[in-house]
Design a protein around this ligand. Structure first.
Ligand code: SF4
Length: 240
């Protein structure tokens, strides 16, 4: 059987709707969130959690970029700490910046880069009319970085979409990727198999159907509302 490669799916985009992987992740998380962000133009609020997330991403990029420049962990730690302190001292405490710096350095020493590291690689597929930006690529291996300690199904869908777009952009097969759960000090290997590819493509089909046949009554509570960044907006605008 031929694998569902990104470059082998013909004639998928029959409606001309363009999506970003972020849209599909939001749809997968909750159709109401997809609606609020895609059609009402709302974006995630910049609360303390998202600032910590940005600082962690930024710190992780720095560590990855400079991993081979420093001889010891403490030198790298001080380098990252100084950078993060300059950039985030107005919104994060010194204690928090030290904690993030220590975490990202420890993580990278536990899981050293497995090849040349590229950051925020833009990918786009004409076939699907979907675009995205991959956090990290080590050699030819895609890596998605998460600051939390838990994995959600939408994280797998997200990584799979990057694989489909990477294949269509660069014509290189992707058989697996990693999700780095910084908060859990875990690197999770994800096989990009046909089952996951089918789920990812199905998410796009559902998002297109939802867009073309929009119906408020289809929006339901999902049980994820407690961790949703748009909970108050959702309550006011969709009245759930
Ligand atoms: S509050 Fe709940 S229903 Fe509303 S967007 Fe968030 S997860 Fe979806």
């Amino acid at each position: 059987m031929v694998k569902l490669r990104g470059y082998l799916v013909d004639g998928f985009d029959i409606y001309g709707l363009r999506f970003n992987v972020r849209d599909l992740v939001n749809y997968c998380f909750c159709p109401a969130k997809f609606y609020l962000t895609r059609f009402l133009g709302l974006s995630d609020k910049l609360g303390i959690d998202s600032i910590i997330g940005r600082a962690t991403h930024f710190g992780y990029y720095l560590v990855s970029e400079n991993y081979f420049r420093f001889n010891c962990r403490n030198e790298l730690y001080r380098f990252v700490l100084n950078f993060l302190f300059d950039r985030f001292r107005d919104c994060l405490s010194k204690f928090e910046i030290e904690r993030i710096s220590r975490y990202v350095v420890d993580f990278r020493f536990n899981f050293p880069p497995i090849g040349e590291v590229k950051f925020e690689v833009e990918v786009y597929s004409n076939r699907f009319n979907v675009s995205g930006c991959i956090d990290l690529i080590e050699g030819d291996v895609l890596v998605e970085v998460k600051c939390r300690d838990r994995l959600y199904e939408c994280d797998l869908i997200q990584l799979c979409w990057y694989a489909l777009l990477f294949e269509d952009t660069f014509r290189i097969d992707v058989n697996y990727g990693f999700i780095d759960l910084i908060g859990a000090m875990r690197r999770v290997k994800v096989n990009i198999d046909d089952e996951l590819r089918f789920k990812a493509i199905n998410t796009l089909t559902e998002a297109i159907n939802f867009t073309l046949n929009f119906n408020y009554s289809k929006i339901k509570f999902t049980g994820k509302c407690d961790v949703c960044s748009l909970r108050s907006e959702c309550h006011v605008m969709i009245n759930l």
